[in-house]
Design a protein around this ligand. Structure first.
Ligand SMILES: Cc1cc2nc3c(=O)[nH]c(=O)nc-3n(C[C@H](O)[C@H](O)[C@H](O)COP(=O)(O)OP(=O)(O)OC[C@H]3O[C@@H](n4cnc5c(N)ncnc54)[C@H](O)[C@@H]3O)c2cc1C
Length: 258
């Protein structure tokens, strides 16, 4: 299988750096082919702006979505964006690896998503009708591909538990797993999270590494998070609210998981 690892940490000697090297080795030893997008090493441009296209649709005003659509259709996107899109189409599985910074991904990785996920590529795909609202949330360009997060946190596991002060980890990661990964069609397997990183040292690093190794070995067989399909009948269209007969007792993020 082909795996794209999109990696966002500025220091190769970090815990994330070690886990990245381990991940690549483990996957390659199992016979997979791996490409790494090491965003800091690539000096990835994080901000989406008018320079992302070699030929503007409008010189008057910059409309991010319209310019993105135009650039994709005309083949005038900046080359760094097109290269990452090719990697995404090449991959059978995509891993996003990052330290949690302010309850989300580092800005450089968010910028990768904003720029690479072009209109007509990751959103604005498919027709809208009374029965379908585009190809998204379970359908889309990346349908059939798998995705997984590798995340490290300073916070303890209890801080991210059901009643933990930070909110449950499933909720914290929902915008990434449901919004960024499931939206364009990935099957998202549960994340691999390393908590309380300040306590990692020579004595317990091997445990973390072995647990990650197992998750990588199981990448193709682990059951994906059962997010509900948008066009599968559970949602009223065009309101896109969950129909009353589905999980009537639930609201919020959890309602969108079967
Ligand atoms: C801007 C910012 C915002 C943050 N926001 C949040 C937040 O919202 N929520 C939250 O929970 N945390 C937050 N943090 C903490 C952050 O998530 C952690 O600092 C980060 O996940 C640690 O990962 P690292 O790769 O930088 O670890 P490192 O600091 O590189 O390493 C952690 C420990 O692992 C050890 N180690 C590294 N490699 C090895 C190895 N090969 N063998 C043995 N030991 C090793 C190191 O010695 C160190 O003790 C934030 C941090 C920053 C800087």
């Amino acid at each position: 299988m082909k795996v794209l690892l999109v990696y966002a940490h500025p220091e190769p000697k970090s815990l994330n750096g070690s886990l990245r090297d381990f991940t690549v080795k483990r996957l390659e030893q199992a016979g997979h082919v791996v490409q790494v997008s090491d965003l800091y090493a690539m000096k990835w441009k994080a901000s989406l702006d008018a320079d992302d296209s070699r030929e503007r649709l409008s010189a008057e005003r910059f409309y991010p979505s319209r310019e993105s659509k135009h650039a994709l259709e005309k083949g005038v996107q900046s080359e760094d964006i097109a290269r990452e899109q090719d990697k995404l189409m090449w991959a059978d599985a995509v891993i996003l690896q990052f330290p949690m910074w302010w309850f989300s991904m580092p800005a450089i990785l968010k910028g990768w998503v904003e720029r690479v996920y072009a209109y007509g590529f990751a959103y604005g795909v498919g027709e809208h009708s009374d029965a379908r609202w585009g190809e998204r949330y379970g359908e889309g360009k990346f349908a059939g591909k798998r995705a997984m997060l590798i995340v490290t946190t300073g916070g303890w596991e209890s801080h991210y538990s059901a009643r933990g002060i930070n909110g449950p980890m499933d909720d914290v990661l929902f915008p990434i797993q449901h919004g960024i990964l499931y939206y364009p069609g990935f099957d998202v397997v549960p994340p691999f999270v390393v908590y309380r990183t300040s306590k990692i040292d020579e004595t317990n690093y091997a445990q973390v590494r072995d647990a990650l190794g197992q998750r990588l070995d199981d990448l193709w067989t682990t059951a994906p998070i059962p997010f509900r399909q948008q066009n599968g009948g559970a949602y009223a269209i065009p309101q896109l609210t969950l129909r009353d007969e589905f999980a009537p007792e639930q609201v919020g993020f959890a309602a969108h998981i079967e």
